[in-house]
Ligand binder design. Structure first.
Ligand code: HGY
Ligand code: MN
Ligand code: MN
Length: 415
C-alpha cells in the first residue's frame, strides 16, 4: 500500500474507547463482568452501535444477535473484508479480551475516515454474540451457527445455570436481528486479539502472527453417588461423588502432562449437588477442557479420559457419564492472510513472531468459511480470564496498526 507507512491509528482515541467500554459491566476487581445477553451486554452493544453510526457505518444484525457494521467500498459487488471479535466477557474477565478486536477494528475504520481512504472491497466490523461460552456453552456459539457448526434451534435451546434459554434472553435484551445467520459471504476476515498467554511478552515481540490455533474439547461429566449424612454414614458405606471429581481432576492433569509440550487440560466449571456442608455430594457435574494444536494428540487425550475415568469411578462405587458439549479441531489459518499480517508488521517496523493461539476465537470457525487470520498483542504476565488482565497502549497501537494495514492491503485501497 503506497504511503502505507504513514497510515497509523490514533492510540489515544483507541485507548479512550477501550476504557469507556470498560465502564459497562464492571467487575469487582478492576476488570469486567459483561456476560452475554445480560443488560450490560445490551448496554455495550448500544454504545458500540452509536460509535459505528458516528463513523458512518450501516449496522446489520442477524438472528443470533451478531452485529455487522459496514463501511461501503467502491465496488459494492466485491465481497467485504471482515474484522471483529466479541464484546461479551467472562464473569471475572479483563477489559481487553475480545474488546480490543472490536474496538481496534473501529479505530482502524475511524483512521480510514480521517485519511479519506477508499477501498475496492467494503469493510465490515463484527461483534460476535457469546464468544465466551461461559453463560451459555459452548464458546464461539454464534460464530459457530454462522459457520454452520450448530443449528440456530440448538443454539436457542442452550440454557444458563438458572435454566434461562439463549433464544429467550436474546429476545429479552432486544437484539434478535432480521438477517439470516450465515447468509453473509466474506472475501477475508481478520481478528485482532490479546494473546492471553506469556509468549509475546517474554520474547519481547510487539505482534503475534497467528498461524494456527489449538483444537478444543469440552467434555461435560456427571459423577453420581448417593447423598447421605457426612456425620453418621460409615466411610465404608459412602458413595461420594466428590471423590470422583477429585480423581478425575488429577487424571486430566496427568493426561495433559503426559502429552507435553503443547497440551493443556483443566476443569473450570463445577456444580456440586446438593452442595450442603453436611451432605456427602450425591452428584457432581463438571466440564473438562482439553486442548492442543495436534488433532491426533487431542483425540488421544480424550480417548484416555473416556477409558480411565469410568474405571476410577467404578472403584469408588459411583457412576460416570460424559457428553461433548463443545469442540473444534485445530485450525490452520489462511497462508495468504497470515502473510498479509506478517507483511503489515514488517511494513510498519513492529517486531513480530509466528505463534499458535492457545485460546479459541470466533476466527477459528470463520476460518472454515473464508480466508482468515489473527493478529495478537502481548498481555502483561500472559494473564487473561482474570480481572487483572492488562495490556499497554503501545501494544494495542501496534496490533491495531497491523490490523489496519492487513485489512487495507486485502480490501485494495483505491487511489
Ligand atoms: O475458551 C476460550 O478459549 C475462549 O476464551 N472463549
Ligand atoms: Mn476472547
Ligand atoms: Mn475469553
Amino acid at each position: 500500500m503506497d504511503g502505507g507507512q504513514n497510515f497509523r491509528i490514533d492510540p489515544d482515541r483507541l485507548w479512550n474507547s477501550l476504557h469507556e467500554m470498560a465502564q459497562i459491566g464492571p467487575g469487582v476487581a478492576g476488570g469486567n463482568n459483561r456476560q452475554t445477553l445480560t443488560e450490560e451486554d445490551a448496554e455495550g452493544r448500544a454504545l458500540f452501535q452509536s460509535w459505528c453510526e458516528a463513523a458512518g457505518l450501516s449496522m446489520g444484525v442477524d438472528t443470533m444477535g451478531n452485529m455487522f457494521a459496514t463501511r461501503a467500498g467502491e465496488d459494492p459487488e466485491a465481497l467485504p473484508v471482515y474484522m471483529g471479535s466479541h464484546l461479551d466477557t467472562q464473569p471475572t474477565g479483563g477489559k481487553y479480551d475480545g474488546v480490543l478486536g472490536v474496538l481496534g477494528g473501529l479505530e482502524a475504520i475511524r483512521t480510514m475516515n480521517d485519511l479519506g481512504v477508499k477501498t475496492k472491497h467494503p469493510i465490515v466490523l463484527t461483534n460476535w454474540t457469546n464468544e465466551e461460552g461461559t453463560r451459555f456453552a459452548p464458546a464461539m456459539l454464534a460464530s459457530g451457527v454462522f459457520a454452520g457448526k450448530h443449528s440456530q434451534d440448538w443454539a436457542y435451546d442452550r440454557v444458563d445455570a438458572e435454566g434461562r434459554r439463549f433464544g429467550d434472553e436474546l429476545k429479552r435484551i432486544g437484539w434478535v436481528g432480521d438477517e439470516e445467520v450465515g447468509a453473509r459471504k466474506m472475501h477475508a476476515m481478520f481478528e485482532l486479539h490479546i494473546e492471553q498467554g506469556p509468549i509475546l511478552e517474554a520474547k519481547e515481540k510487539d505482534v503475534g502472527v497467528v498461524t494456527h490455533g489449538q483444537g478444543l474439547r469440552w467434555i461435560e461429566c456427571t459423577v453420581t453417588g448417593k447423598e447421605s449424612h457426612t456425620g453418621s454414614t460409615p466411610m465404608s458405606m459412602r458413595k461420594n461423588a466428590g471423590r470422583g471429581l477429585a480423581l478425575i481432576t488429577e487424571l486430566v492433569h496427568e493426561i495433559a502432562m503426559k502429552n507435553q509440550p503443547n497440551a493443556v487440560g483443566a476443569i473450570g466449571h463445577i456444580d456440586v449437588y446438593p452442595n450442603s456442608r453436611n451432605i456427602i455430594p450425591g452428584k457432581v457435574v463438571f466440564t473438562v477442557d482439553m486442548r492442543t494444536h495436534l488433532l491426533d494428540k487431542l483425540n488421544g487425550m480424550v480417548a484416555e479420559l473416556m477409558e480411565r475415568a469410568p474405571k476410577l469411578c467404578e472403584e469408588i462405587d459411583v457412576s460416570f457419564e460424559a457428553e461433548i458439549v463443545g469442540q473444534f479441531d485445530p485450525p490452520a489459518f489462511d497462508e495468504g492472510c497470515v502473510a498479509a499480517v506478517r507483511e503489515a508488521a514488517e511494513e510498519l517496523g513492529y517486531s513480530h513472531m509466528d505463534i499458535v493461539s492457545g485460546a479459541g476465537h470466533d476466527a477459528c470457525w470463520i476460518n472454515d468459511l473464508a480466508p482468515t487470520a489473527m493478529i495478537m498483542c502481548p498481555c502483561v504476565d500472559g494473564l487473561s480470564h482474570n480481572e487483572a488482565e492488562d495490556i499497554s497502549k503501545e501494544w494495542a497501537q501496534a496490533g491495531t496498526d497491523v490490523l489496519l494495514h492487513a485489512v487495507l492491503n486485502t480490501a485494495e485501497v483505491v487511489e
